[in-house]
Design a protein around this ligand. Structure first.
Ligand SMILES: Cc1cc2nc3c(=O)[nH]c(=O)nc-3n(C[C@H](O)[C@H](O)[C@H](O)COP(=O)(O)OP(=O)(O)OC[C@H]3O[C@@H](n4cnc5c(N)ncnc54)[C@H](O)[C@@H]3O)c2cc1C
Length: 412
């Protein structure tokens, strides 16, 4: 192999890219280089994790199992970064219709964990360092070319790298996607989500709670006792207003949006807000190029599935690579950038991700309608849904494990 050459170059060291780099090295024994544009990543993992994180994710069992198989779940446990939730309650604006989901109904200890994004990323970077994976911090790619044998990745101030496969894990505005000439289907929801941690008067009882208000959903996501992460959705033109509210006015607004579900808002910490769009890459692969995570798809975050889908991409791509390795007797001729192999990954994931994107929109539309026939019959429909136990059990299992076939790395 040439110097400066790797089996795989992963661009983007967020939760998805870091998980992929670690999985390719530890599970498929491939040589990997990870490129992360944030110069601060030179010092990661710092263990200076925020006490009240702004961004958190609801992590499914499939993602938990992947992180366990990569040896990083125990780091999150040691750092006391895992907040299990045992129930989920969804209600409409006037709370006449409600659906409850309970982990006990499907004999599971919980329905997932709330974990700070930063904590997951640092846990994975701890793994990258432990396994000596090559990391290029503060670098962003400027060029990408592909021939029959190799892909070449160019930089503004660094010698190019060669790889059999280049993976774009560089988020929603992926440079790899652009340089590979892969088109994007996009729909702007004209909505934002405001997130942050709050302290409430009443405890959340380890239950996620989501109310569909006339301007969008409002959610409490349970963390420490009486501490929740909130997700408050609203029309995009209210972003500046919501971000500039004084603390007292903010607490008052949250009290109204939550209809006082957890009593008064006692305190709050740093807020952030995000414009929401559905994006779907028109292809996930090209010869010697693949996309994973937000570079391939973004989804309405209401059901907390974005990073879980990205980690399913990781587990599926690694599964396809390992199966191809097993099928070949001679590791010297194994080529992870082979197009037919990459197409297997695309066929596995693209349809499932599209289905999840659309399902979220139907769900949002159904619960968000504030007028018309659906609005009138919704409370009764929700009561029916609440007693349709087999349907609820199926939904809970799919949210926890994804849809079959399950990639091996998501089993434990
Ligand atoms: C409000 C909100 C709430 C959410 N809640 C949930 C939830 O509860 N559960 C869930 O599963 N998902 C949730 N999501 C979605 C989840 O946050 C994303 O799906 C996830 O962060 C995507 O991870 P990623 O690693 O693919 O991309 P990113 O997190 O965007 O990481 C990309 C990385 O690539 C680096 N990078 C970018 N460009 C370059 C370049 N040119 N060169 C080198 N490096 C580059 C970036 O610095 C970054 O480190 C939510 C999203 C939002 C907006």
């Amino acid at each position: 192999m040439q110097s400066n050459a790797y089996d795989v170059v992963v661009v983007g060291g967020g939760m998805v890219g870091a998980a992929l780099a670690l999985a390719l090295k530890t599970q498929a024994q491939l040589s990997v280089a990870l490129i992360e544009q944030d110069p601060g990543s030179e010092h990661w993992p710092n263990t200076d994790l925020a006490a009240y994180p702004t961004r958190v994710s609801a992590i499914s069992r499939a993602s938990e199992n992947l992180l366990k198989n990569l040896g990083v779940w125990s780091w999150l446990l040691e750092q006391q970064q895992l907040y299990p939730f045992v129930g989920m309650q969804v209600c409409d604006a006037d709370m006449t219709g409600e659906v409850h989901f309970d982990a006990m109904d499907i004999d599971e200890p919980n329905l997932g964990h709330l974990v700070a994004n930063q904590a997951i990323q640092m846990a994975l970077w701890h793994g990258l360092r432990q396994h000596g994976i090559t990391v290029m911090s503060g670098q962003t790619i400027t060029a990408l070319s592909v021939d029959t044998e190799w892909a070449e990745v160019g930089f503004a101030n660094h010698a190019p790298l060669n790889a059999k496969l280049v993976v774009g894990a560089d988020g929603a505005f992926s440079k790899v996607r652009q340089l590979a000439g892969i088109g994007l289907d996009q729909h702007d929801y004209q909505q934002i989500a405001l997130v942050g941690c709050v302290q409430t008067q009443a405890d959340h009882q380890q239950t996620c709670w989501q109310r569909y208000t006339p301007t969008g959903p409002f959610a409490f996501l349970p963390m420490a006792p009486k501490i929740s992460s909130i997700a408050w959705y609203m029309p995009a033109d209210q972003q500046a207003w919501a971000m500039s509210l004084s603390k007292d006015a903010f607490h008052q607004q949250l009290y109204q949006a939550s209809a006082g579900h957890l009593g008064e808002i006692v305190d709050s910490w740093e807020r952030a807000s995000f414009q929401l769009s559905r994006r779907h890459a028109q292809a996930y692969v090209k010869p010697r190029v693949a996309l994973v995570g937000d570079s391939a798809h973004t989804i309405n975050p209401q059901a907390g599935q974005g990073v879980n889908l990205g980690l399913l991409d990781v587990a599926s791509l690694v599964d396809v690579i390992i199966q191809a390795q097993i099928a070949l007797d001679d590791p010297m001729i194994f080529d992870p950038g082979c197009f037919s192999l990459l197409r297997q990954y695309e066929r596995w994931r693209r349809g499932d991700n599209a289905l999840m994107q659309r399902a979220m929109e139907v769900f949002d539309w159904g619960l968000g309608q504030q007028a018309g026939l659906l609005n009138q019959v919704r409370p009764e429909l929700m009561k029916l849904a609440n007693i349709a136990q087999p349907v609820k059990n199926k939904l809970m299992r799919e949210a926890l494990y994804g849809r079959q076939p399950f990639p091996r790395l998501t089993q434990h």
